[in-house]
Design a protein around this ligand. Structure first.
Ligand SMILES: Nc1ncnc2c1ncn2[C@@H]1O[C@H](COP(=O)(O)OP(=O)(O)OP(=O)(O)O)[C@@H](O)[C@H]1O
Length: 713
């Protein structure tokens, strides 16, 4: 059965397959338990499906278009329904996040928000009363300053109370929002570190996480021009404010005809503002980025990065990229700008809407003129109150629409946030399937049976029909031509990549049944593209291999000594505490940030970085719980003598004090003089192991290994 094909089929048409009841067939029908591919198990929940549906739109060719991450969803009936479903499922979770730490304060925050929204109506009343009093005083000709003074005093007192309440509300809100932000950002961070490489390689998951990230970052009210998701509360407050003003207006225009006219005039002002919010045109509307725009944006970002990042400076100069960078940036900018201009001029522009609204403002005076005509009791105060209330209703309604419009978009980000928390890492078995690692003496026993793997979005398998067995305590060297699949195999053995077909048994059990963190606690490795931790000290760079020992200078020094890196420590100005600077490092200083006591950074040579990476793997490798050591070209930048010393050390680490093997070792190398030290050699060619055996056996065979060996010596 073609598993990569099935996986792609599943990822693209999951909902459809579920509808027709095919998922079960795909997951289990053709595989034994050991072959069962966990990636076919549902990894997402219902919210994910709703979120995915919101970013899929029919296009003009009769096909479907997927919106890029962060794109605005058009306000269509379908999307409103989806937003409602997200709200129903996620609001309790969101409120739980708010109420978790400060239940009382959160209740107070909600109450204060509504209470504060009533202030403007009270303010209007109070000012109207003062005006009326002045009018009475003037018309009666008898000035009673004490009464006027009392009214003004009341107004001042009211303002002081308002400010105090504001102050209490703001400090309470800061605390509640701070705690909510902590929870959201922590969950987001946890999400990022919890997911494995194969999960993150899925483009839809990447988009989901990106939108979830926007949600987490905008939660505190900052970032990306979005409102804070907590501004949903603001919508409530705005509704209360509009309601209070309408009550005031109702009391002024008690005649039903007048009220009807007033409502009509307000609606006429708001109508043009609401209209552009809805999408009446084709589904591919002005609210989305076109693929060309997305491409242009990405290209512009790339050019900016090339121009800004110091790491590219030498090649930008050497290859004369200046003009190309500028012209590509200009072209991309023009594409984006042209699309923006088209959007601005199409449909109901907001300018047009506002202009229309201003014309309609004149209608608002009609009810009041009628009030004046029919009532002799109309006063200066009521006139002022009427005007200020009408303006307040219009302004609050405008805010309501703009906050509501942003809140509508945030609902989908909330959906992404909620769905992202439920993604199950692809490499991790379900809790009820996890099997504890059964340790065996002398290291780890590995059996690969017909392993195959194709990278996502690639049609050619990187590995196919890979078979070998390694006994506990044995050393295996993987050799072969460039691109033959050595690193891919190492990643599969290290459980950072999954495989599509075949079986991988570790200590006799399917590796897919082991919990990934548990398995990783038993292995140590140096990857081909190992990390150079910029802006970390040398001690931290090594200690990251075993964080419990990061503060233990003796353990770090020992690991550096094993990696023959004592010379690096001696040469660095602050020894272990020297801050290391790798390629791509850029120190950012923000206005107002304090300069650190020592802001100097030290670079290292390629070979020195490699020794640091080896030390990082050694600090973990020497731990008794580690049974397997994997090194992917660990000494490619080292000279022959250093290389031989490192392999002597690996040999030493893998043996007990009495010289017995206690750990299995797998290393990848292009130097066949090193490979011959191993108990077994796997010669790889075009994604498979074409020869397997000891150095002598393979030489006797006279095949590809023998030819390669003859060429290298
Ligand atoms: N992320 C990826 N996506 C798609 N294809 C990949 C990816 N990484 C590697 N490949 C392809 O998989 C094949 C095996 O690559 P791999 O890195 O395992 O080779 P290798 O034997 O380690 O090569 P080298 O000796 O150059 O390090 C190559 O054809 C490569 O182009």
């Amino acid at each position: 059965m073609n598993l990569p094909f099935l996986r792609r089929l599943y990822m693209r048409h999951r909902s459809l397959l579920a509808c027709f009841g095919y998922l079960e067939d795909l997951g289990v029908a053709t595989h034994s338990d050991a072959e069962k591919v966990p990636i076919l198990a549902p990894m997402h929940d219902e919210i994910y499906d709703i979120w995915a549906a919101s970013r899929t739109l029919p296009n003009s060719n009769g096909g479907q278009t997927t919106l890029v991450a962060g794109a605005r969803r058009p306000v269509t009936v379908h999307n409103i329904q989806l937003a409602w479903r997200i709200l129903q499922r996620c609001t309790p979770e969101l409120f739980q996040c708010l109420f978790e730490t400060y239940p009382a304060r959160t209740t107070v925050m909600l109450a204060f928000n509504v209470l504060r929204s009533l202030f403007p109506a009270f303010r209007g009343y109070s000012q109207a009363m003062i005006l009326d009093e002045i009018q009475v005083l003037i018309s009666s000709g008898v000035f009673t300053w004490s009464r006027l003074g009392r009214l003004v005093g009341q107004e001042v007192l009211r303002r002081v109370c308002e400010s105090m309440l504001d102050h209490i509300a703001v400090s309470n809100e800061t605390l509640v929002l701070g705690s909510a932000r902590f929870h959201v950002e922590r969950q987001q961070l946890e999400q990022r570190v919890r997911l494995d490489g194969p999960s993150l390689a899925d483009p839809a998951t990447r988009d989901l996480l990106q939108e979830s990230d926007i949600f987490a970052r905008s939660f505190g009210g900052g970032g990306f021009g979005l409102i804070s998701p907590l501004d949903f509360i603001q919508l409530l407050a705005l509704l209360a404010e509009i309601g209070s003003h309408i009550l005031v207006l109702h009391s002024l225009t008690h005649n039903a005809t007048h009220l009807g006219l007033l409502v009509l005039s307000i609606i006429s002002v708001l109508f043009p503002l609401i209209l552009p919010w809805f999408s009446f045109g084709p589904a591919y509307s002005d609210m989305m980025y076109t693929p060309q725009e997305s491409y242009a944006d990405r290209r512009r970002e790339q050019m900016r990065n090339l121009a800004y990042a110091d790491v590219h400076r030498p090649e930008v100069s050497l290859f004369g990229l200046k003009n190309w960078i500028l012209s590509t940036w200009e072209t991309s900018w023009k594409v984006s700008f042209a699309s923006e201009s088209t959007r601005a001029s199409s449909g109901f522009s907001s300018l047009y809407g506002n202009g229309f609204a201003d014309v309609m403002l004149s209608l608002q005076n009609i009810p009041f003129i009628l009030v004046l005509q029919s009532s002799s009791s109309a006063t200066l105060g009521s006139l002022t109150l009427y005007r200020s209330s009408v303006q307040a209703v219009v302004l609050s309604a405008r805010s309501f629409i703009s906050v509501g419009s942003s809140a509508f978009q945030v609902i989908f980000l909330l959906g992404a946030f909620s769905a992202s928390k439920k993604i199950h890492p692809k490499l991790q078995p379900r809790d009820d399937e996890v099997v504890d690692i059964k340790r065996i003496p002398a290291g780890m026993k590995i059996e690969a049976r017909g392993i195959s793997y194709t990278y996502p979005d690639s049609s050619i398998p990187a590995l196919h029909n890979v078979n070998f067995s390694l006994m506990a305590g044995e050393t295996l060297a993987i050799v072969g031509y460039n691109g033959s699949g050595k690193s891919t195999l190492a990643k599969i053995l290290l459980r950072v990549l999954d495989f599509d077909g075949g079986q991988l048994l570790v200590n006799g059990t399917d590796i897919r049944k082991y919990s990934v963190p548990d398995f990783h606690s038993r292995v140590s490795a140096v990857f081909q593209g190992f990390s150079k931790y910029n802006n970390y000290t040398l001690q931290e760079n090594v200690g990251l291999g075993a964080v419990d020992l990061m503060g233990n200078q003796a353990a770090v020094k020992r690991a550096l000594h094993l990696a023959e890196a004592d010379g690096i420590v001696k040469k660095l100005p602050h020894g272990l505490q020297t801050m290391l600077e790798g390629p791509g490092f850029e120190m950012l200083n923000y206005p107002g940030s304090m300069a650190s006591a020592d802001s100097s950074h030290h670079g290292l040579s390629g070979g020195e970085w490699q020794r640091v990476a080896i030390a990082r793997s050694f600090i973990k490798a020497v731990q008794p719980q580690v049974d397997l050591l994997v090194f992917d070209e660990p000494t490619s930048s080292l000279d022959a003598q250093a290389q031989s010393q490192i392999f002597n050390t690996i040999e030493r680490i893998s043996c007990s004090e009495h010289g017995e093997r206690i750990k299995s070792v797998i290393f990848i190398t292009h130097r066949l003089s090193t490979a011959r030290r191993a108990d077994k050699i796997a010669m790889m060619d075009r994604g498979t192991i074409c020869e397997f055996g000891s150095h002598e056996e393979l030489l006797r065979k006279g095949g590809k290994y023998a030819t390669l060996y003859q060429q290298s010596v």
